[in-house]
Write a protein that binds this ligand. Structure first.
Ligand SMILES: O=P(O)(O)OC[C@@H](O)[C@@H](O)c1c[nH]c2ccccc12
Length: 261
């Protein structure tokens, strides 16, 4: 039986969050979250427009691709992304396999004035509060990693904090589960998080199942401008790009090329 990598990533992220919780309890964390400047309006920032939008990701490594970039200064990279025209910045905060942290998220938050996404394996209210306390405006909720009641509860909790969730799917059943909880932003990840296989046509096959009025995000597998054009032609409002931006020499130019398809 193949090891379920998504389950492993989720279990690791939950363990790490429990360790942080023994140093800062949920009441103290909540106080920090509520003391933050209110979340930015990510629905407005990512709203469908005449041209495609990009969420640019700060990503040092991944389990499927290994080391990608050292990124000594995530704030500086995020500023470049914003100046290149990114509509939001995604920050991987998972430490074990993606080599990110909440400190990265905080650094990015103070460097840019576009919405910031906490990209992690989120399964508890504690992690959602951490996102807000570190300045996130958007959190990732991965449908495949959550049972429907938990998904619904975390989605409602995210909204109650003034944030919005990017609800990530990978098949038709998951898209209907996202729609059922009233997701306003639905992502389709071309990468299967259990096997890491890529399917760049998956977004196109699922796109029509996402109702009008929902922001449609195509995630992963963009290497060239033609890949952005492909997602756009299949109905993507927003494309989420990591590897191609962190491994290229010049993220601003790369981003501009992606945005001009
Ligand atoms: O580096 P890429 O292929 O451009 O992919 C970015 C992003 O879609 C990917 O990092 C991602 C999408 N969903 C996730 C969930 C967890 C961790 C990572 C991800």
């Amino acid at each position: 039986m193949p090891v379920d990598l998504l389950a492993e990533l989720m279990a690791g992220a939950l363990d790490d969050a429990s360790a942080r919780e023994s140093a800062l309890d949920i009441a103290a964390l909540e106080a920090r979250a509520l003391a933050q400047t209110p979340a930015l309006d990510a629905l407005a920032a990512l709203a469908p427009a005449e041209t495609v939008k990009v969420i640019a990701e700060v990503k040092r490594a991944s389990p499927s691709r290994g080391e990608l970039a050292s990124i000594a200064d995530p704030a500086a990279l995020a500023s470049l992304y914003a100046s290149g025209g990114a509509s939001a910045i995604s920050v991987l905060t998972e430490g074990r396999r993606f080599k990110g942290s909440l400190a990265d998220l905080e650094a990015v938050r103070s460097a840019v004035d576009v919405p910031v996404l906490r990209k992690d394996f989120i399964g508890t209210e504690y992690q959602v509060l951490e996102a807000r306390a570190s300045g996130a405006d958007i959190v990732l909720l991965i449908v495949a990693a959550l049972d429907q009641l938990t998904l619904e509860r975390l989605h409602a909790f995210t909204t109650s904090l003034g944030m919005v969730a990017l609800v990530e799917t990978h098949d038709a059943v998951e898209v209907s589960r996202a729609v059922d909880i009233g997701a306003r932003i639905v992502g389709v990840n071309a990468r299967d998080l259990s096997t890491f296989e890529l399917d760049a046509d998956l977004f196109g096959r699922l796109s029509d199942r996402i109702p009008a009025g929902t922001i449609k995000v195509a995630e992963s597998a963009v290497k060239h401008p033609a890949d952005v054009a492909h997602y756009r032609a299949s109905g993507a409002d927003v494309v989420l790009i990591g590897e191609a931006l962190v491994t290229g020499d010049d993220p601003v130019t790369t981003l501009k090329e992606f945005l001009s398809v």
